[in-house]
Design a protein around this ligand. Structure first.
Ligand code: GSH
Length: 343
């Protein structure tokens, strides 16, 4: 009997060594994490028209800063950053697909607001990109300020925070204008090109991205005005706090990895680091880390190896567009990015 037990225990240990995914503690999974594990894939709602954030490349594969957040969560739960099914969504579709369960999470330049947090039944993860709303015009229009847009037509896409912000921004300055909304930003840009809008307005990151995709980006200028705070980040249904915790700590892990100087290229060099906080963060020091989330203890090693740290994600997707780190720098560099301790 004793021998049988020993053989059983040895077999279980061997299985854990061969299939690390089995090290996950399924009893800790909430309903969304459980269905992701069962399906073997994370369904992520993303943008499909925003180069740098969410956009299919020439091979039809989704790429971008927001897409990499989906990939990081898939790596954390499933051990494979490629185990993502992308669901392109418009801004206005976000509450519906979240509530219907068509997606497990959304990572689509979405601003965290009080009404969305409550009325959408959402849990917002940490902000991944601190943005603000801007206004873009043709350089040769001579428009240099909001005052110059008095009586003009300003265009944006529907179902966004953008609509209320521009209305507030103009009315607080006593400026009349006409707001025209379109289902998506392709419609906005088509109308703008055709002379149907004096200006377009959206998140400044979105304007930079869309400007880069225009035939003559130099013909467009973004006015020197910031109309709002737009903290952009991932969100999930509030019905599964355990899944929300996984999203949150995966994002924090990306930030913490950058703070520790751990990258996809050097992560293995840190596995026997002398720094106990680093060993704990990577889940290799004997203390619980990933297991506290029901995941493999060293889930951040997988995430960093496959997706990189926050800085790598930023450089890969946004630096080529000319987006600066600005307030999206680490707190140690004077920015707003700050991870709570992994302990
Ligand atoms: N952050 C804002 C705006 C999001 C938004 O939709 N931004 C534009 C930026 S260009 C966009 O993604 N458009 C893509 C589309 O219309 O499909 C929000 O959460 O409401």
């Amino acid at each position: 009997m004793k021998r049988l037990l020993l053989i059983g225990a040895a077999a279980a240990l061997l299985a854990l060594a061969v299939f690390p995914a089995l090290a996950q503690d399924a009893s800790r999974f909430g309903p969304i994490t459980a269905r992701i594990v069962e399906r073997g894939s994370l369904i992520c709602g993303v943008n499909s028209v925003l180069p740098g954030f969410g956009f299919p490349n020439d091979a039809g594969e989704f790429e971008g800063f927001d897409v990499d957040i989906c990939r990081a969560v898939a790596a954390a739960i499933l051990g494979d950053a490629n185990a993502v099914t992308y669901r392109p969504i418009t801004a206005a579709e976000r509450p519906t697909v979240l509530q219907s369960g068509e997606v497990d999470m959304i990572s689509r330049n979405t601003t965290w607001t009080l009404s969305r947090d409550t009325e959408w039944g959402a849990t917002f993860g940490p902000t991944t990109f601190y943005d603000g709303q801007g206004v873009m015009v043709y350089a040769d229009s001579g428009i240099t300020s909001l005052e110059d847009l008095e009586g003009g037509i300003i265009c944006t896409n529907a179902g966004t925070t953008t609509e209320l912000n521009i209305t507030d921004g103009m009315s607080s300055r006593g400026l009349a204008f006409e707001l025209q909304t379109f289902e998506n930003f392709d419609g906005v840009m088509a109308a703008f090109r055709a002379g149907g809008c004096d200006a377009v307005t959206s998140d400044i990151s979105g304007l930079i991205s869309r400007r880069s995709a225009e035939p003559d980006p130099g013909a467009l200028v973004i006015l020197d005005v910031v109309l709002s705070k737009e903290p952009l980040g991932p969100l999930s249904p509030q019905s599964d706090p355990q899944f929300a915790d996984i999203i949150a700590w995966t994002v924090y892990g990306l930030i913490q990895a950058e703070e520790f100087g751990i990258t996809s290229a050097n992560v293995n060099d840190f596995l026997d680091s002398d720094n106990p906080a680093i060993r704990r963060f990577l889940g290799v020091g004997g203390d619980p880390t990933g297991t506290l989330l029901g995941l493999a203890n060293d889930f951040m090693v997988t995430v960093i190896s496959q997706v990189g740290n926050y800085g790598e994600i930023f450089e890969r997707n946004l630096t080529p567009l000319g987006v600066q780190r600005g307030i999206n720098a680490l707190w140690t560099d004077g920015g707003l990015l700050y991870s709570p301790p992994f302990r």
